[in-house]
Design a protein around this ligand. Structure first.
Ligand code: PLP
Length: 357
């Protein structure tokens, strides 16, 4: 693992930190951060420091041209009190995929993983233990060149911070707005990368969705506005005629690690999986005919959240026949059992956190 320079006051800050009563999601941060700077074509050392504001030059490239990428991961505490990560090397690989998409330098997987292990290990006494809550870990990288010229930056900062968090949605909380006009990602674009701009571009629709009492937008394909793609930060799945269906991956759908894990777990629970193009109108018809029994969102933050209802712009509502989820909750529990180390999953999924500092 990559060596880490640790500032002594970082350890001090962790020791003296008290978790507030109520955590929410992503708003309480552990009092440390880890970073490395890229310049002259190479990554510098990993440095662990007390969490603090950054000093940013007004013409730093990321502020103007959004050359930025991120990841979302979770740390869990096993019943024995050991910190665990879930398939972390998948996030390391996807981080570098996003980097290539955004003309940014890759970071050695080992360095990425050392940083994630270090911040999780250092924050281990701050991992909430209630099932469904966890330490949400946010590695990210941004362009730091100082200049208004539109060209790829030559200097970058990689960082990771960690947030003790409760679950993202309470069950029964997820209404989904069907977005028939705006699009999230175009063929040939950067929709498969976790880059800030994709999320900025989803916010106008999120504001509109909220006026329909919806917490998420369901995006359709850019060319025909006909096929289901995903939500703004999570993938889409449904149970139809007793089968789990999900849109097949294209260059406009982000390849979720939760999605991949569910596709691998479902058959072990006796549920057949089909990846295919899913027409929104046929799914809605199947809601009416009760062939569609469940629909749900999946991603690291939400894990699995059953979709209570779909809402159209003209306010028509569609519900699956089991809007509280049956298979959805079964798969969610199985996945959580593995993530929280209560049962062993496939080889290499649950990884024990090492002290890398
Ligand atoms: C992060 C993300 C997902 C889910 O990916 P996971 O690896 O399961 O967390 C799905 N869609 C989008 C657009 C995302 O940004």
């Amino acid at each position: 693992m990559t060596p880490i320079q640790i500032k002594s006051d970082a350890l001090e800050r962790i020791k003296n930190f008290k978790l507030p009563e109520s955590l929410g999601f992503g708003s309480v941060l552990t009092p440390v951060m880890i970073y490395s700077d890229f310049r002259d074509g190479a990554w510098g050392p990993l440095i662990m420091a007390p969490y603090a504001d950054l000093s940013i030059n007004p013409t730093m490239k990321v502020l103007h041209y959004a050359q930025e990428i991120f990841e979302g991961m979770k740390g869990y505490l096993s019943p024995e009190g050991e910190p665990l990560l879930f398939r972390p090397e998948m996030n390391a690989k996807r981080f570098n995929y996003s980097a290539r998409m955004m003309a940014m330098p890759e970071i050695p997987e080992e360095t990425y993983l050392s940083a994630v292990h270090a911040i999780t290990h250092l924050s281990k006494d701050l991992i909430p233990t209630e099932s469904g809550s966890s330490l949400y870990i946010r590695p990210f990288m941004f362009a730091t060149d100082i200049s208004l010229g539109i060209k790829p930056s030559e200097t970058f900062r990689f960082m990771a911070v960690a947030s003790p968090s409760q679950s993202y949605f309470k069950p029964g909380d997820l209404n989904v707005f069907i977005e028939r006009h705006a699009v999230r990602a175009c063929p040939g674009g950067v929709g498969t990368a976790k880059t800030g701009g994709n999320y900025a571009a989803s916010l106008k629709s999120a504001t509109k969705a909220a006026t329909f009492n919806c917490q998420q937008t369901l995006w359709l394909d850019a060319l025909e506005h006909k096929y289901i793609e995903e939500m703004s930060g999570m993938n889409f799945m449904a149970i139809e005629n007793g089968k789990l269906i999900t849109p097949s991956l294209t260059d406009t759908i982000l390849a979720g690690i939760t999605r991949d894990s569910i596709i691998k777990l479902a058959p072990t629970l006796g549920l057949e999986v089909e990846e295919k193009r899913i027409e929104i109108n046929s799914l809605l018809e199947n809601c009416r005919s009760t062939a569609a029994t469940e629909a749900f969102a999946c991603g690291t933050a939400v894990i699995i959240a059953p979709i209570t209802k779909f809402v159209e712009e003209d306010k028509t509502e569609f519900k699956t026949s089991i809007p509280t989820g049956d298979w959805s909750m079964k798969i969610r529990n199985k996945l959580l059992e593995i993530q929280e180390g209560r049962t062993s999953g496939p080889q290499g999924w649950s990884v024990r956190v090492e002290k890398t500092y």
